[in-house]
Design a protein around this ligand. Sequence first.
Ligand code: FE2
Ligand code: FE2
Length: 228
Amino acid sequence: MATTTTSDSNEGPAKPTARRASRAKSSATQHEKSDRPSNGANGNGHDHAFGTGAMVGAAAAGLIAGLAATIGRKAAVQAVSAFSGDWFDSIKAEHQAARKIFDKLEATENSQTAKRGLLLMQLKHALAKHAFEEENVLYPSLRDHGDPDQADHLNHEHGYVKQYLFDLEHMPRNNRAWTDKIVEFRAELEKHMREEEESIFPSLHEKLGPKGNGELSAAFNREGFKLA
Ligand SMILES: [Fe+2]
Ligand SMILES: [Fe+2]
């Protein structure tokens, strides 16, 4: 497989300043070790204990910051659909979000290979979460409510969504063949989304009624949050 060439400026090598900072930090740690009295600065050994406590505190703070960042990311990704309430509105919002990523992809030039890679990654993430929700919640509900063939048909098409994503990831991103593949992918996905939006899901929504739709919306949002 040919290797993609990139011309975008944000794909440069790791910055030397990061290595310098790392060396300075290492040197400072050595200095601290050599200056530290073996029995504590005041002779009672407590400074070492304090140092350990500070390290534990810093590690805990880092862990909390990491958790907060993860929760923040999940909330931001989930925001496309989590607050729309009804599962069917969420589905339509997520389809629209995918269409917007395709718009951006189609507007790129052949030289913008890094941007294409980033947008493709966003599309893959958005579609993976969407497929997870549909395959784990909506399609099982379709089967339980008398439409197993439609559920299997939609599930089968999801396999080809993954095929397009795989092919696009492994093709050079700096030529017309790549954008042609994007256009073909969008056309196929558009048919799938329209079928869901205009016939299959409206029929399920009608069958379920308010209580059933409320339960399905809760299950849908729980599933989405797992992959956000
Ligand atoms: Fe689908
Ligand atoms: Fe969908």
